[in-house]
Design a protein around this ligand. Structure first.
Ligand code: KIV
Length: 265
């Protein structure tokens, strides 16, 4: 069944977690779609896990369009496909419109994702008025790594309140989904409850409306450091397909990330 925004809204109403996984090519996208993953995110994390860079900043729009095309070929109209707007492809309204149009028209994405709160509100309004579904991204923002580093966001009350306000403002501007990265689980729960749209967490605890992980992390393929909130689902599985199915089951039953430490034991 082709997933869509109405379906995700109904999952949120029924408190059924949405399963999201990154994908960068046709083979893994096909495998993930077969494993009933709901959302495939063509993340600019590909700069790190596929291209071997230290951060996501050098990823280009052409590369995002190329990888989105590959993913949509393997996905075969099953999972909902989100494509990231890479660093500096959303620096002005004109750029964000042109970049999003390419990801949708050439790449075949169903939705675009952009990082930030107040900075992107006007962009989100225009994109949604033009009929382009948008996913927001708050918390740890990998594209702001040079200024802020990789650290948990929203730890103190003032920062937490600002993040909640930005999430509400993004919803008001028109985003249909929000990724929340590396925030305390209590804050992620607060944001998920306050918003009508689905909130997908990564390193944000179990009480969000869904989970996303980097596919190379769940298969133990990431060179170097794997985030502590992730889990290698290939351990104990017979195939990549079984590992992805076990990730999807663990998210749907809220066994991941709740019992990630037990799973590691
Ligand atoms: O680029 C990416 O893979 C992402 C996820 C980490 C949420 O944005």
């Amino acid at each position: 069944m082709k997933r869509n925004l109405v379906y995700f809204q109904s999952l949120k109403k029924q408190s059924q977690p949405i399963v999201c996984l990154t994908a960068y090519d046709a083979a893994f996208a096909h495998c993930a779609a077969k494993a009933e993953v709901d959302v495939l995110l063509v993340g600019d994390s590909l700069g790190m896990v596929v291209q071997g860079h230290h951060n996501t900043l050098s990823v280009t729009l052409d590369e995002m369009v190329y990888h989105t095309k590959l993913v949509q070929r393997g996905n075969q109209q099953q999972a909902w496909c989100i494509a990231d707007l890479p660093f500096m492809s959303d620096a002005s309204l004109e750029q964000v419109l042109q970049s999003s149009a390419r990801l949708i028209k050439e790449g075949g994405a169903d939705m675009v994702k952009l990082e930030g709160g107040t900075r992107v509100l006007a962009f989100v309004e225009t994109l949604t008025q033009l009929g382009i579904p948008v996913c927001g991204h708050l918390g740890l923002l990998p594209q702001s790594v040079l200024k802020k580093g990789y650290r948990v966001q929203g730890r103190d009350e003032a920062e937490a309140q600002r993040l909640l306000d930005e999430a509400l403002a993004l919803q008001e501007a028109g985003v249909d989904m929000l990724v929340l990265e590396c925030v305390p689980s209590a804050l992620a729960e607060r944001v998920s409850k306050a918003l009508k749209i689905p909130v997908i967490g990564i390193g944000a605890g179990v009480n969000t409306d869904g989970q996303v992980l980097v596919v190379y992390d769940i298969l133990g393929l990431t060179p170097g450091h794997t985030p502590s909130f992730s889990h290698n689902f290939l351990q104990g599985a017979n195939s990549i397909n079984q590992a992805m199915t076990s990730y999807a089951d663990a998210v749907r039953n809220r066994r991941f990330p709740a019992s990630v430490h037990e799973m590691k034991a």
